[in-house]
Write a protein that binds this ligand. Structure first.
Ligand SMILES: NC(=O)c1ccc[n+]([C@@H]2O[C@H](COP(=O)([O-])OP(=O)(O)OC[C@H]3O[C@@H](n4cnc5c(N)ncnc54)[C@H](O)[C@@H]3O)[C@@H](O)[C@H]2O)c1
Length: 348
């Protein structure tokens, strides 16, 4: 998509963690981000860089109205449910929000002639990881989601690809690895309820705002026995969305692209980095492995470099932890959620 003066981009889920950071990146690059969100887990205070439309992605008519009213040229689609554990207990809910919601969005875009979509996919489509336990994962690695959450992300990719072929939509699915950190301005940051991600949980445990952290398994086939994950700074992730929006792709093209760093950090390395940033050790204990946790999920990010001209610049573990810690210490929206966070960490 050409960068026009204040071209309007609909950001579904733009009141949430990654969506809000992307809205800011769009604004900084000269676009007008129009956030469309039902605020089920997002925050009105996180919408700061353009108009807000309160709506549900399952409401095709309201979506169509928003596309028309704001003269939308492209959509970045974050809205959906994200907790892996909850998807096992309530798979129907996840298919309804994530898959039926995407059907409704695709219908509204087709009817209004909106030709470009960037979709939040996930490393969860790879399930147990790549071809070997410690190898980085390329996009053509086997797809075998280990949860209904991952199933919904893969189903959405297939559906978007089919719509690209049928109607000339241009689609990019970005498969995120572990998003973390916060915008350097401290205006926005991570505020999930319940929080299931390791870095905010480790910080909460260290600051005494949450229970001691449980490390789920220290007997994996990895150098220190704990799981390896690829942590990507949310500002880098936001930049990847802008690059996907602007990528030179023909009508009808569909691309799936990993967004990660190519470097894994173990749970113990994260715990140590948080301890160093806070100034004392993170209280933690070792628990049993959780069902379905792969030993290693680390992206091969070459395709993002080749196709989008994108690579991570702010994603060292120390930088991510420093930004996340500053955000946790900043008075902010979502501040009340921390004490109720569940002490678990997952890849979504
Ligand atoms: N956080 C990660 O590490 C990660 C990793 C891989 C993929 N993802 C994907 O990225 C996207 C954003 O994740 P996040 O961490 O920012 O989550 P988030 O919960 O902070 O944001 C999701 C937003 O979607 C909104 N929403 C949910 N259902 C909706 C509906 N039916 N209609 C309208 N709005 C709705 C919520 O109110 C919220 O603002 C999700 O699709 C998630 O699956 C996240």
């Amino acid at each position: 998509m050409d960068r026009g003066t204040k071209a309007a981009v609909l950001v579904t889920g733009g009141a949430g963690f990654i969506g809000a950071h992307t809205a800011k990146a769009l604004h900084d690059r000269g676009y007008l981000p129009v956030v469309y969100d039902n605020l089920s887990s997002g925050f009105r205070d996180a919408v700061r860089w353009g108009p807000f439309v309160h709506g549900d992605i399952r409401d095709e008519r309201a979506l169509g109205d928003a596309l028309a009213e704001h003269g939308i040229k492209a959509v970045i689609h974050f809205a959906g449910l994200i907790e892996v554990g909850r998807s096992v207990a309530k798979p129907d809910l996840f298919w309804e929000h994530n898959v039926a919601g995407t059907v409704s969005l695709l219908g509204a875009m087709r009817d209004r002639g909106v030709g470009r979509l960037v979709f939040s996919s996930s490393a969860a489509v790879y399930g147990q990881g790549g071809r070997g336990p410690l190898e980085t994962i390329p996009e053509d690695a086997p797809k075998a989601p280990a949860s209904p959450y991952g199933d919904t992300k893969l189903a959405c990719e297939w559906m978007i690809q089919a719509q690209c072929r049928a109607y000339g939509l241009t689609g990019v699915a970005l498969r995120y690895f572990n998003a973390a950190g916060a915008d350097p301005s401290d205006q926005i940051g991570e505020a999930h309820e319940p929080e299931t991600h390791l870095i905010p949980l480790a910080i909460a445990a260290a600051l005494g705002d949450g229970k001691p952290l449980t490390v789920f398994g220290d007997d994996f086939d990895t150098p220190d026995g704990t799981c390896l994950r690829d942590y990507i700074h949310v500002s880098d992730l936001a930049a990847a969305h802008v690059a996907a929006l602007e990528a030179d792709l023909p009508a009808g093209a569909f691309e799936a692209v990993n967004v990660g760093t190519g470097q894994g950090a173990s749970v113990f390395e994260v715990v140590k980095a948080v301890g160093q940033a806070v100034g004392h050790a993170v209280p933690h204990s070792i628990g049993a492995r959780r069902a379905g946790d792969p030993a290693s999920l680390v992206a091969n990010p070459s395709r993002a470099r080749e196709l989008l001209g994108w690579s991570a610049t702010r994603s060292s573990l120390d930088q991510i932890v420093a930004d996340a810690l500053r955000w946790e210490r900043t008075p902010r929206y979502g501040a009340g959620v921390r004490g109720e966070r569940k002490m678990q960490a997952s890849v979504d």
